[in-house]
Design a protein around this ligand. Structure first.
Ligand SMILES: [Fe+2]
Ligand SMILES: [Fe+2]
Length: 383
């Protein structure tokens, strides 16, 4: 595991050099431009050219972002760039490649293994990818429109691509081939008596995923052979999709409690719930992952309904009402955790560092991510 806490902090400004203005197409700007060109788009869908945006905000009485709100939006922009990077990798091999999400050419056998979970998996992967790309492009454009600094992680796009046919050969920000995935969100959302904000701890749905480094995409042609190994890779992806999206589901409400500008709050409250929509969809599909053991590494996917425990039952995908704020209050159905007194931003980053999503990244990358999280952590809370 990479211990990012021991790395020297570097100025976040180093990575945040303002990206050059995007070139306009058809009188507007492609929100995909930042992926296609490797440069953060300066204007997102719906905002119009930069000049117009600035004027519009000025006309509405919105001024420059305060430092705390800017730090929060910058961490979110970084998180969304990372999400977009990983979802693009999934889409190239397991999703639908089209004008909206170009890049790969797909892996027939991986798609078939994913479709064991649900036949619409390629469409959902495509649409989740599209959403993350839009989140990143919008947040960076919004930052700029309010006088803030956009986030550009392009210099860290150095991790290798899968060598399986269908994947583009380009540098990546994230590593989907050595994941140590924590699936305790499964029981966290099924518990009626515990809440992580009140000290609750939760058992993982697939303990084996925490006991090694597992790929969620075929790494090469050998991984694409139909059978339990490839199905285990697709199952890993199915659980990883939820792991990512439950993180976003928690991050937005956590940080929303710290912003001060009503419009920034609106941005967070409008994007955050889409992460929950993703989580809910994937949560339903993960329950369809077939029980099996990967013959190559012993990774076991248990039959979650066989335990007889409500904590594992696959169709209990709605958040179970549980304790919130004080144990004396009635149980309530909620996102969890949302406590922002602790280290909401740093915890979020640490969770994904720990799962190995950035295995192979440079010390500078971890230092940058830590810096962005720390700055968001220090942002003032709403009065
Ligand atoms: Fe997102
Ligand atoms: Fe997301």
């Amino acid at each position: 595991m990479h211990d990012s806490s021991k790395e020297p902090a570097i100025a976040a400004d180093n990575l945040a050099a303002a990206a050059p203005p995007d070139t306009k197409r058809n009188g507007g700007v492609s929100r995909k431009a930042f992926l296609a060109t490797g440069v953060a788009a300066t204007v997102g869908a719906g905002l119009g050219p930069l000049g117009t945006s600035v004027k519009a905000f000025a006309d509405n009485g919105h001024g420059r972002l305060n430092d705390g709100d800017e730090a929060i939006l910058r961490l979110l922009a970084a998180a969304e760039l990372l999400e977009a990077d990983l979802w693009q990798q999934y889409n190239e091999l397991g999703g639908i490649q089209d004008k909206e999400e170009p890049g790969g050419s797909g892996s027939k056998t991986y798609v078939e293994a994913l479709q064991v979970l649900d036949e619409d998996m390629p469409q959902y992967i495509h649409d989740n990818t599209d959403d993350e790309v839009s989140h990143a492009a919008f947040l960076n454009a919004y930052l700029e429109s309010r006088g803030g600094r956009p986030v550009n992680l392009d210099k860290f796009r150095n991790l290798p691509s899968s060598k399986a046919p269908g994947a583009q050969q380009i540098g990546r920000l994230t590593n989907l081939m050595e994941l140590t995935t924590d699936t305790s969100w499964w029981t966290r959302y099924r518990s009626s008596t515990a809440n992580p904000d009140l000290g609750g701890t939760f058992a993982p749905a697939v303990p084996g995923l925490l006991k090694g480094k597992f790929t969620a995409i075929p790494r090469n042609e050998a991984d694409e052979e139909p059978g339990n190994h490839l199905q285990a890779i697709a199952n890993t992806a199915g659980f990883h999709f939820c792991t990512i999206e439950q993180g976003g589901t928690t991050l937005y409400p956590g940080l929303a409690q710290r912003v001060s500008d009503p419009e920034v709050l609106r941005v967070l409250l409008s994007i955050g719930p889409t992460e929950a929509m993703h989580f809910q969809t994937w949560h339903d599909k993960a329950g369809n992952a077939p029980a099996l053991t990967d013959p190559t590494n012993g990774l076991e996917f248990p039959d979650l309904n066989e335990t007889g425990s409500e904590e594992f039952k696959t169709n209990l995908i709605m958040p179970e009402p549980t304790i919130f704020l004080k144990k004396t209050l009635p149980a309530v159905s909620i996102v969890r955790p949302t406590n922002t007194v602790g280290a909401a931003a740093v915890d979020f980053v640490e969770f994904f560092v720990k799962e190995g999503l950035f295995r192979g990244q440079s010390p500078q990358f971890f230092a940058t991510l830590n810096r962005l999280a720390t700055e968001a952590e220090e942002a003032s809370r709403r009065p």
